[in-house]
Design a protein around this ligand. Structure first.
Ligand SMILES: [Zn+2]
Length: 446
């Protein structure tokens, strides 16, 4: 095992249990884990110099649809509400092949890595033309990020009263069988795991009650996490009342979709009783502020959730609705949006960064990530404060107020993923060229 150190950072924002900010401290990395952190901890070890930099834990992204990276800013979807936006994009996604899935995932993961993200989940719920979950797993392996793909699914097409076209839905028995296949093939439960698979029916409006229940039973039998979209906007709440006769939180609870092994994306419209339910059951939230703004969904009650001790993480959501996938910028947006709703003291820069690091790691069931402390995984973001964005800052640890939006270096499981602002293991220009060809092909075929 290689042992090395990072020295001379201006400040290390540890996000440890005491939320310490350390000046003049070293971080010692042993293989994939942090062995020591503190003054003079490095001794004579080989060391990376981080003078002029702020160090944070690698950021954690709790909600994404990486396949959407090839459908950014599609004109017909630019100003649509959620359901209309989906109906615009479904036919384009229906043309995707394994190459589109792989390349789209690489685009999204590179953007995340450059913005300081070391661990990302993904929610893939369309499988046209022989595409499979492992198309994205292979992409994450090449890029070098820690990955938590979820096997999403839709089973109710237009002819059954659902939203998606019938060509994009699957039979429920096939969905469950493929969930088992990908868990058995790719899920690694070890603390050092670079890939944990989850089970993730797309949303209550695209699968049946039976699939929601069976998916929960399967996930718990296999010991994996569960994920879906919930209570995203007013249309979503109306759909729940019309079709299930109750609010989304009650529907989720009735089917086993609450607990520390569950996290729901968005939850913009949770009411006080649902917030209490999520707090009492440690059910997690993936907060996606840019997407909520972009689609006009509303402002999620994150202040109330945090005060009630609901586990909250941050997500960029798919690049067709964000449209960016910059996680540090998303953290700033989370801070700003709570201030719009509740005043300038509603969320500090420190709290938004906490949600983006240890908050997200806890939501994903990865408490060994998202903090810099002895025994934690060596997932580390190094931010150079020497550029114009940070010029004039009196508090380098307040990255979300004044600081860069891309990392100098990113370390995942002790390995370099970004070095001096460039991807280490992958040729970014080649990925951009490949996606250009694929997007042109999709446009020509329309
Ligand atoms: Zn989503």
């Amino acid at each position: 095992m290689t042992i090395w150190a990072i020295k001379n950072a201006d400040v290390i924002v540890t996000m440890d249990d005491a939320r310490r900010k350390l000046a003049g401290a070293d971080i010692v990395i042993d293989g994939g884990a942090i062995r020591a952190i503190g003054p003079d901890a490095a001794g004579d070890l080989p060391a990376m110099d981080a003078r002029g930099c702020v160090i944070t834990p690698g950021l954690v992204n709790t909600h994404h649809h990486l396949y959407q990276s090839l459908t950014r800013a599609v004109p017909e979807g630019q100003d649509a509400l959620l359901f209309g936006w989906l109906q615009t994009l479904y036919p384009i996604w229906g043309k995707f092949t394994p190459d589109h899935m792989f390349t789209s995932a690489q685009v999204g993961l590179i953007e995340l890595a450059l913005s300081g993200c070391s661990l990302s989940s993904d929610h893939l719920y369309v499988y046209p033309n022989g595409t499979r979950l492992e198309d994205t797993i292979h992409a994450a392996r090449e890029v070098g990020l820690r990955f938590q793909p979820t096997r999403g699914a839709m089973s109710i097409g237009i002819s059954d009263g659902g939203l998606p076209p019938d060509t994009l839905v699957e039979k429920e028995a096939d969905i469950l069988e493929d969930c088992i296949r990908v868990i058995d093939a790719f899920h690694d439960a070890a603390p050092s795991s670079m890939c944990r698979v989850g089970v993730a029916p797309c949303s209550p409006f695209s699968v049946s009650r039976e699939l929601m229940r069976d998916a929960a039973l399967l996930a718990r039998d296999k010991g994996v996490m569960m994920h879906t979209h919930l209570a995203e906007n007013d249309e979503d709440i109306a759909y729940s009342f019309a079709n299930f006769g109750c609010r989304p939180g009650q529907y989720a609870e009735s089917l086993g979709w609450v607990g520390p092994d569950v996290w729901h994306a968005h939850c913009v419209k949770l009411d006080a009783a649902e917030i209490k339910l999520f707090a009492d059951t440690s059910t997690g939230i993936a907060h996606c502020p840019c997407s909520n703004c972009r689609l006009g969904s509303g402002i999620a009650p994150i202040r109330k959730m945090r005060d009630a001790q609901v586990p909250v993480g941050l997500g960029v959501d798919g690049s067709a609705s964000n449209d960016a996938g910059n996680l540090i910028a998303e953290a700033r947006q989370a801070m700003l949006l709570q201030r719009v709703a509740s005043g300038a003291d509603a969320m500090s820069a420190d709290e938004a960064l906490e949600i983006a690091t240890r908050g997200g790691a806890d939501v994903l069931g990865r408490p060994e990530c998202g903090r810099l402390q002895v025994g934690a995984r060596a997932d580390i973001a190094i931010w150079d404060m020497g550029g114009i964005e940070a010029a004039g800052s009196w508090d380098p640890s307040a990255l979300l107020l004044a600081g860069p939006t891309t990392v100098r270096d990113l370390i995942v499981e002790g390995r370099d993923v970004v070095r001096d602002g460039q991807m280490v293991a992958i040729d970014t220009n080649a990925v951009i060229a490949r996606q250009n060809d694929l997007v042109q092909g999709l446009r020509d075929g329309m």
